[in-house]
Design a protein around this ligand. Structure first.
Ligand SMILES: O=c1[nH]c(=O)c2[nH]c(=O)[nH]c2[nH]1
Length: 302
């Protein structure tokens, strides 16, 4: 005999575009997102007994997404994810949790003749803004916001020395190296008890995203980096200090290596150490450094 241990189902890769047209000014604003919905609840019999009566069809979930996007704001994505998730747990008594992930793609307004264009946009990089939400009956709405695919590089201002050495170590110490990574940064919000609680703080989501992005870029640029580990910890620390409603910050940073090339075999060309200007970017392997930072637990007085 077997038993169903895990069951979630839904629609992935729902692509959605919404335009806001300001009739007075003629200025239009656009949002494009990719959504994944996964539902949990009393749905076992659909797997074990071919009982489709408990199935809210994945096509229905997609259509619901479009209708809710028409009726509600789709930004900030944290709010829209909460609206979609709450809809499913409130509409269907046998659905007890809704996982909604939103990936928001970049459409940045064009400047034409030095002026913001009213209806033309361009994709300035593959960076995305991501929200992972869970609306759970009787508990509330948990939200995690993320920056993903933000590619950065600094050509100096990064060192790596003093690391453990033994008979397996070949890597030389360096006081000046290239540092490049694709930022994946996340921040976990305190649990919201209801959709109304999410609505009440809606402006905070964009503020937090701007703060996390600014802190990431500024710290990356200005920190005289001792290691990826230390630089990312400084980022986490500042984000926690600047956004009151979050409980934890996490980073996952690949260390994208750029190798020096010894060209001395060709007429004594100098291209190593302080003379290095031409490098070989590596696609793999890469370092991968991760951390989660929370607020210090207050010491309880006895
Ligand atoms: O910042 C770094 N952290 C490491 O842990 C590490 N390991 C390595 O080979 N290079 C680096 N760089």
């Amino acid at each position: 005999m077997s038993q169903l241990k895990y069951a979630r189902y839904g629609k992935d890769n729902i692509r959605l575009y919404k335009v806001d047209k300001d009739e007075k000014t003629g200025i239009q604003s656009v949002v494009e997102m990719t959504i994944c919905i996964l539902l949990e609840g009393d749905i076992e019999t659909s797997y074990t007994q071919a009982d489709n009566s408990v199935v809210v069809a994945t096509d229905t979930q997609k259509q619901t997404c479009y209708i809710l996007a028409k009726q509600h704001p789709v930004t900030p994505p944290e709010l829209f994810a909460s609206i979609v998730g709450t809809h499913f747990i409130e509409t269907y008594p046998h659905i007890h949790a809704a996982h909604v992930k939103i990936i928001q793609h970049r459409w940045t307004r064009m400047s034409v003749d030095g002026k913001p264009h009213p209806h033309s946009f361009y994709r300035d990089g593959e960076e995305v803004r991501v929200v992972e939400s869970v609306a759970r009956e009787g508990e509330g709405i948990s939200l995690r916001s993320k920056i993903e695919k933000l590619l950065v590089l600094k050509s100096t201002g990064s060192a790596f020395y003093g690391f453990h050495r033994d008979e397996y170590t070949q890597l030389p110490e360096t006081w000046d190296r290239i540092l490049s990574t694709e930022v994946e940064a996340g921040w976990k919000w305190k649990l919201f008890k209801s959709l109304n609680e999410v609505k009440a703080v809606a402006p905070k989501f964009d503020e937090a995203w701007h703060a996390a992005r600014e802190i990431t870029l500024q710290t990356f640029a200005t920190d005289n980096s001792a290691s990826v580990q230390n630089t990312m910890y400084k980022m986490c620390d500042q984000i926690l200090a600047s956004v009151r409603l979050i409980d934890a910050v996490d980073y996952s940073l690949p260390n994208k290596h750029y190798f020096e090339i010894d060209l001395s075999w060709h007429k004594g060309l100098k291209n190593t150490g302080k003379d290095a200007t031409v490098y070989a970017p590596q696609s793999n392997p890469n370092g991968l450094i991760q951390c989660t930072v929370t607020r210090k637990e207050p010491k309880t007085k006895l």
